[in-house]
Design a protein around this ligand. Structure first.
Ligand SMILES: *[C@@H]1O[C@H](CO)[C@@H](O)[C@H](O)[C@H]1NC(C)=O
Ligand SMILES: *[C@@H]1O[C@H](CO)[C@@H](O)[C@H](O)[C@H]1NC(C)=O
Ligand SMILES: *[C@@H]1O[C@H](CO)[C@@H](O)[C@H](O)[C@H]1NC(C)=O
Length: 248
């Protein structure tokens, strides 16, 4: 029996074989300890998981605070971004409507907004160029005809200034667009186009009712678009900063 006892645990005897031991009590104490440990572990785990779930739910349910300053929030919302960009212009309403009508799919990048504003301006202008000729054919006033002829050549110049600007924007991917030199060129060309529209307006302004208001309104609108485009360009650095983006 010596060998059996050895295998049963280094000379110790099994509780059941020891008449002096209290097997039931020991077993109960051991079981209680295990139960208490298990309960404690369960409680601790529940608390930890509960805390994690609570935090996750809280974070997902809590709306991010309304802030104009948070760059990622501005950039994530195209309409909000456009509003921020157009806030630097003199005519924010026409800025927003002209750009958003071309902003498909929606983006939230100041350079793209500038590019779209430039395109909207070119469209507006190209829609205007045939008008003076039409008005001349209906006119019977030499001074009005002369003023409208001036507008024709001024619009021609405007169109070519905007074409140069649009050409500059057509760059290969990864190529730097907004170099100081390029920004300065764009400012010169768009300003020149604006001056052309202004000169046309001055000329027809003296003609009174011999030039329809509709024409004036259209020239003014094209000038307004140019003003918006130029304002975005003039503020492009600070806009990129505000959006937390680096200048391309
Ligand atoms: C161009 O002008 C026509 C007639 O004046 C107008 O109906 C049209 O909406 C204009 N298009 C754009 C793009 O401004
Ligand atoms: C814009 O700037 C780049 C880099 O300086 C230059 O290579 C490019 O010719 C410029 N574009 C125009 C139209 O001047
Ligand atoms: C500006 O828009 C034109 C026409 O969609 C596009 O070809 C050009 O790549 C754009 N330029 C930039 C710098 O995004």
């Amino acid at each position: 029996m010596e060998s059996l006892n050895f295998f049963n645990g280094y000379g110790k005897v099994k509780p059941s074989e020891d008449p002096n031991s209290l097997p039931n009590q020991q077993t109960i104490v051991a079981q209680k300890r295990r139960q208490i440990t298990a309960i404690t572990l369960t409680v601790v785990l529940t608390l930890i998981i509960g805390t994690i779930v609570g935090v996750v739910i809280h974070e997902s349910v809590t709306e991010p605070p309304e802030s104009e300053e948070e760059p990622s929030q501005i950039a994530s919302n195209s309409a909000k971004s456009l509003k921020t960009v157009c806030a630097v212009t003199r005519y924010p309403e026409s800025c927003i409507s002209s750009i958003s009508s071309l902003n498909h799919p929606p983006t939230a990048n100041p350079l793209n907004f500038f590019n779209l504003s430039l395109q909207a301006t070119a469209r507006e202008l190209s829609n205007l160029t045939s008008l003076p000729k039409e008005l001349i054919s209906k006119s019977n006033d030499k001074r009005t005809e002369s003023a409208l002829k001036d507008c024709i050549s001024l619009f021609d110049d405007s169109v070519s200034q905007l074409s140069r600007s649009l050409g500059l924007m057509k760059v290969g991917t990864g190529e730097k667009v907004l170099t100081d030199m390029n920004i300065s060129d764009l400012q010169t060309w768009i300003s020149a186009a604006m001056t052309d529209q202004e000169t046309c307006l001055d000329g027809i302004g003296e003609m009174g009712s011999t030039v329809p208001d509709e024409f004036r309104v259209k020239v003014q609108k094209s000038q307004e678009y140019m003003s918006n485009t130029l304002a975005i360009l003039n503020n492009i650095r600070s806009l990129f900063e505000k959006f937390g983006l680096t200048m391309p």
